[in-house]
Ligand binder design. Structure first.
Ligand SMILES: Cc1ncc(COP(=O)(O)O)c(C=O)c1O
Length: 377
């Protein structure tokens, strides 16, 4: 059997990782500023993570949601504390798309409406409704197409007001990333997020904060939407939550009342997933990673802004976009193949930095040094 060939691949086989470093099969070391697409939050093979997951698999790896799983309650409690949303409720699932799917479904159950407002440049996943609210027609199959989604320009308050004026009583939810990731690291303005909050309050619509990529401390705050100092009704999360173990969740405001059978999943919240997720939060707390990500991120952003050749540097904390002019589009490849540094990208020419939250200043400097060489060459 062959693999179904849907991924363009870098010809590098990674066999080992530690912190912000990975090694290929030939022993070549790489600096990982991509984190396997914003997934590695506390660093590869963090000793606490390895121990907690190993200890758990020796006890029990999985049992279904037909029995109480105390690890889920521990996770909910710690997540509430670290995220500062202690009165929210946690539903656990397995991926970012599934988290958004459940958030949209829950919203529709809540206000019994069908329409969703999403934004141009947004990405919310590839399952049925998640892909329908994603602004990329290429990945929307005919079966996913629906008239229930209204796409509006990002950060455009008057377009949002007009949409609510026109059909506010039909709007079930507004879904927005605090910082668009796939869309090229575009920060939602604080006043835009505040406007979403007030319109959702006015029309009893649900504010869904997609924090799959920009959440879990990456921006320097637990949820990047927190910069606007308003609460969303539902936060969706995945990627950094398990440092590579597939685990996702939605944090749900107390006004939503559950009933048995309302949401569900076989694998969500299994013992091993909870152990992985707990170890991540424990390290985020112990190593003070929100503050660290904020500081190292600000340092990187300030240093990058010194390069006059860059069109724009965007982002917050360790979610950084370096928007390059076309003539410098070769830099990403050069960083990887000449300097052995992994970065992410957004079309057409944005380098995305999504490293582990405990990226050291020394590794940040290593990147800046290499970047300087490629850009002044
Ligand atoms: C903002 C955002 N939401 C949702 C998703 C989908 O997550 P997953 O690939 O885990 O389904 C992604 C993935 O890149 C994302 O960046």
């Amino acid at each position: 059997m062959k693999l179904f060939d849907v991924y363009p691949l870098h010809p590098i086989t990674i066999t080992k990782g530690s912190g912000s470093l990975v090694w290929d099969e030939n022993g070549q070391e790489y600096l990982d500023l991509y984190g396997g697409h914003a997934v590695i939050s506390i660093g590869h093979t963090h000793p606490h993570y390895v121990k907690r997951v190993t200890d758990q698999i020796h006890k029990i790896g999985f049992y279904s949601n037909s029995v109480p799983i105390p690890l889920q309650e521990q996770l909910a409690e710690l997540l509430g504390k670290v995220s500062g949303k202690e009165d929210y409720q946690l539903f656990l699932c397995n991926s970012g798309a599934e988290a958004n799917e459940n958030a949209l479904k829950l919203s529709s159950f809540y206000n019994e409406r069908k329409k969703v407002i999403a934004f141009k440049g947004g990405f919310h996943g590839r399952t049925s409704l998640a892909v329908a609210v994603t602004d990329n027609p290429k990945i929307v199959a005919p079966v996913n197409q629906t008239d229930n989604v209204i796409f509006l320009p990002h950060n455009d308050e008057s377009a949002l007001e007009n949409a609510f004026k026109e059909s506010g009583n039909e709007i079930s939810a507004v879904i927005i990333e605090g910082i668009q990731g796939v869309g090229g690291i575009k920060v939602a303005s604080e006043s835009f997020l505040k406007k979403i909050r007030s319109l959702c309050d006015q029309y009893n619509s649900v504010f869904i904060a997609d924090s799959v990529q920009c959440g879990y401390g990456r921006s320097g705050k637990f949820y990047s939407h927190d910069y606007a100092a308003v609460n969303a009704d539902i936060y969706t999360m995945a990627k950094g939550m398990g440092n590579g173990f597939p685990v996702a969740g939605i944090s749900i405001a107390s006004k939503f009342k559950p009933w048995h059978g309302m949401l569900g999943t076989t694998f969500g919240g299994n013992h091993l997933a909870c152990a992985a997720a707990l170890s991540v939060l424990e390290i985020i707390e112990e190593e003070n990673l929100l503050q660290h990500a904020g500081e190292v991120g600000t340092y990187l952003i300030d240093e990058l802004k010194q390069f006059s050749q860059i069109k724009e540097v965007r982002g917050r904390g360790l979610m950084i976009g370096i928007d390059l002019p076309q003539e410098l589009s070769h830099i990403k490849k050069e960083l990887l193949f000449s300097h052995h540094i992994f970065t992410g990208e957004s079309k057409p020419n944005v380098i995305r930095l999504l490293p582990a939250l405990n990226l050291s200043k020394a590794h940040a400097d290593m990147f800046l040094e290499a970047f300087k060489k490629t850009i002044t060459r």
